[in-house]
Design a protein around this ligand. Structure first.
Ligand SMILES: Cc1cc2nc3c(=O)[nH]c(=O)nc-3n(C[C@H](O)[C@H](O)[C@H](O)COP(=O)(O)OP(=O)(O)OC[C@H]3O[C@@H](n4cnc5c(N)ncnc54)[C@H](O)[C@@H]3O)c2cc1C
Length: 391
């Protein structure tokens, strides 16, 4: 392997454990870090770790990062995590401030408004663009699919193996490859991923004129007895993201195609109260995406030896709380802080990361599950409480 050290490269350096490494400049020992998955968690971690002087490479399955949704609602906790990455201002500038959440009950016509502080909506592509342009030294490899590891006799990963036969060498490997993480399958199998009943259709209206009732507003209309909700979120001055969440047992039409799908979406729109109805009638579901939510118990650790999971790969969260992105950013922030404090003890730091993150994630998962139960309950739906998902 090659170790970069104060501008020199020591070829064939044999790693004998982080405790024995020679500290690099500033008392840190730079590591060679390979990240699989170049979306939110991967890009955020790369940005932080390269700033600390590590030699970071990113390996992404697609030519550009993918991941669910067209738009993202970022509550203040998520923006706080972006602030810690010195990206909060860029995110606020590119996004659309959201000052309130309007919850309408489709059948009863009732209306509840919740004020939101320091909350922004942003298109996924803008967010990815901000994270990507913050990278200075990291090499981004597109069309690079991780498939497996090559482990040494002690269980440490020596190489990450790509589908095209390439081998990636590193001291630390990070799996940021999303909910259906292959890295996770290789190092932390068990705790199965289950698909939950809620299905979500997401799309956007580009070039939309945002009507006054939606300015700085996230609107969600709930049909409590039908397991159905429709949401509208302005992510910029001329782009509106919409989503329909449905219990498919009561709304099997969500799986239909073409004209039948358009008719069903039109019928949902017509049931909405005005002024939501008029806007929803503009929705064309052709070109939208269908996403299935997933659930999984949290593991007790997010790492095994020198392989760490971050973001959805480590902890998929249910879609009702809009916390997935913020949680991925917080993972990256906390990892880099821990590495800074105790640069020479990787195992301790990775254990500490799980200790720090688990209580917060447990609570987010608990709230997400409660909102999901309410949404699916016959005659009941998620009403007030944490801001529900915006897609
Ligand atoms: C419809 C929808 C709406 C959402 N809305 C919100 C919201 O409003 N607010 C919010 O906070 N969160 C939201 N989320 C959740 C949020 O999108 C995720 O929590 C967040 O994207 C997690 O980031 P990640 O980097 O961990 O995973 P992902 O964004 O899923 O990225 C994983 C990356 O890994 C790559 N990859 C996968 N397998 C491999 C492999 N084998 N090798 C290499 N690369 C690989 C993928 O191509 C992808 O680029 C939403 C999710 C969905 C599906």
């Amino acid at each position: 392997m090659t170790l970069r050290f104060s501008g020199f490269k020591l070829k064939n350096f044999c790693p004998i454990g982080p405790l024995f490494r020679i500290p690099g400049r500033g008392g840190r020992w730079p590591m060679k870090i390979a990240i699989f998955g170049g979306s939110i968690a991967g890009l955020a971690a790369a940005g932080r770790l390269e700033q600390q002087g590590h030699d970071v490479s990113l390996w992404e399955k697609n030519s550009t990062p993918s991941g669910g949704g067209f738009g993202i609602l970022l509550p203040s906790s998520a923006l706080g995590a972006f602030d810690a990455l010195a990206l909060g201002d860029a995110v606020r500038q590119a996004g659309h401030p959201i000052e309130r959440c309007d919850l309408r009950a489709g059948e009863e016509g009732s209306f509840h408004q919740q004020a939101l502080t320091d909350t922004h909506a942003i298109s996924r592509s803008s967010l990815i663009g901000i994270l990507r342009s913050s990278l200075e030294k990291t090499t981004f490899h597109g069309d690079a699919t991780f498939v497996d590891f090559d482990f040494d006799g002690t269980g440490r990963a020596r190489h990450g193996l790509l589908s095209d036969g390439r081998k990636v060498e590193a001291d630390l490997f990070i799996g940021a490859d999303g909910v259906r993480s292959t890295v996770r399958e290789r190092v932390l199998p068990g705790l199965p991923l289950s698909e939950v009943r809620v299905v979500e259709m997401v799309g956007s209206i580009d070039g939309a004129k945002i009507p006054p009732f939606l300015t700085n507003t996230f609107s969600k209309t709930l049909f409590h007895h039908q397991g159905l909700a429709i949401g509208l979120l302005p992510v910029s001055d001329d782009c509106l993201v919409w989503f329909i969440q449905a219990d498919p047992l009561r709304n099997p039409e969500i799986f239909s195609q073409g004209r039948a799908l358009q008719n069903w979406v039109g019928s949902v729109a017509r049931r909405c109260p005005s002024p939501v109805r008029e806007l929803c009638l503009e929705i064309d579901p052709l070109g939208s995406r269908l996403c299935r939510s997933t659930d999984r118990e949290l593991p007790s650790q997010f790492h095994r030896e020198n392989v760490l999971l971050l973001g959805d790969a480590a902890h998929p969260l249910l879609p009702f709380t809009s916390q997935g992105t913020g949680s991925a950013i917080e993972d990256a922030r906390d990892l880099s802080r821990l590495l800074e404090r105790l640069p020479n003890n990787l195992e301790h730091n990775l254990q500490q990361l799980a200790r720090q993150r688990l209580p917060i994630l447990r609570e987010r998962l608990r709230v997400g599950r409660r909102l999901q139960r309410q949404f699916l309950a016959p005659g009941g739906s998620e009403r007030h409480g944490p801001v529900p998902l915006a897609s």
